[in-house]
Design a protein. Structure first.
Length: 321
């Protein structure tokens, strides 16, 4: 009988698959994989499943697999390792994912603009609007005679709206799966999370409108909020630290270590785990998002923790022995 496999173990199996498929696997890597497989029955089952899926790629609907792989191949912003990582993690999610179209990543892979993990991209649009696209993000750009629309499928973007030269008014709208944010001449950021989209307004104002609600809330400069598909969160003063990613930094103020590591993990490939025993340690300071290894070393030097790695793509933060 097949039992459910721990998602973390499946993630580890995907990480090992990526390493093997990269062409850079060493003899030490192969020995480490053998040791990993022998750790438990679930580890062995996860590896068997991973090998079977990768060995039978034809099980994916042909047109979807073909179109996606071709698109990845044409997109120079997605490296071979990143593409393998996405494919591997997606396949390991299991066949049930085919029944959940809204969770499929194909649209994200085929979007107009991508950033890979750890990358940020500056982009100037035809109307002069400037975008700074944050790590591991994807979006589509749709300008028409009636509106200027950004469909943010995943991740985060900082927007400075341009002065539209069109003879007719064209609102600037950011669409997410939770609703819309309409700019009222402004500089603002939108970040898509699982249950809501977070909004931070630096200049001007932005109108939030959830998908399945008649509620309309205006967030002004120096404020932040969030909107889910059914409603909005309270409007709060803007936390300036939430936008320091623009300069490649993260500022923590009495932040849980687990939460800080989760943020750092958005900017590095692979798995970054936090042991429960140190998860609630509080951290304050400035940390580099462009050199997350340096940030981990800083944490290790200032907290009673140990940072260890099985490979560069599997890092664990644990209590210091």
């Amino acid at each position: 009988m097949n039992h459910a496999i721990d998602p973390e173990i499946l993630g580890e199996a995907a990480d090992w698959l990526v390493q093997l498929q990269s062409g850079a696997a060493t003899d030490d890597d192969h020995r480490a994989i053998q040791l990993w497989r022998a750790r438990s029955a679930q580890h062995a089952q996860a590896w068997q499943r991973a090998e079977a899926i990768m060995g039978d790629f034809r099980s994916i609907p042909g047109s979807i697999a073909s179109d996606t792989i071709k698109r990845i191949g044409r997109n120079k912003s997605i490296g071979r390792r990143q593409a393998l990582n996405r494919i591997g993690l997606f396949l390991l999610a299991g066949p049930a994912i085919w029944m959940a179209q809204h969770k499929l990543p194909w649209q994200e892979w085929m979007a107009d603009q991508h950033t890979v993990v750890g990358e940020q991209k500056n982009l100037t649009l035809a109307d002069g609007t400037r975008l700074l696209i944050n790590t591991d993000s994807s979006l589509n750009i749709a300008f028409s005679a009636d509106e200027r629309r950004i469909n943010l499928l995943k991740g985060e973007v900082l927007i400075t709206t341009g002065h539209d030269a069109s003879s007719t008014y064209r609102p600037f709208i950011v669409q997410t799966r939770h609703g819309t944010a309409r700019a009222l001449g402004t500089r603002f950021s939108v970040r898509v999370e699982e249950r809501a989209s977070r909004l931070a307004v630096v200049e001007g104002a932005v109108e939030m409108r959830p998908t399945h609600s008649s509620t309309v809330v205006i967030v002004n400069a120096g404020e932040q909020s969030a909107f889910g598909s059914e409603g909005t969160a309270p409007v709060l003063p803007l936390d300036q630290a939430s936008l320091t990613w623009e300069n490649g930094m993260m500022v923590a103020k009495n932040m849980r270590l687990a939460d800080l590591l989760q943020e750092l993990g958005r900017y590095r490939q692979g798995v970054l785990r936090c042991h429960d025993a140190v998860a609630n340690l509080t951290v304050s300071g400035a940390f580099s998002l462009r050199d997350t290894d340096a940030s981990l070393r800083l944490l290790q030097n200032t907290l009673p923790i140990s940072v260890s790695s099985l490979t560069r793509y599997w890092v664990a933060v644990e209590p210091r022995g």
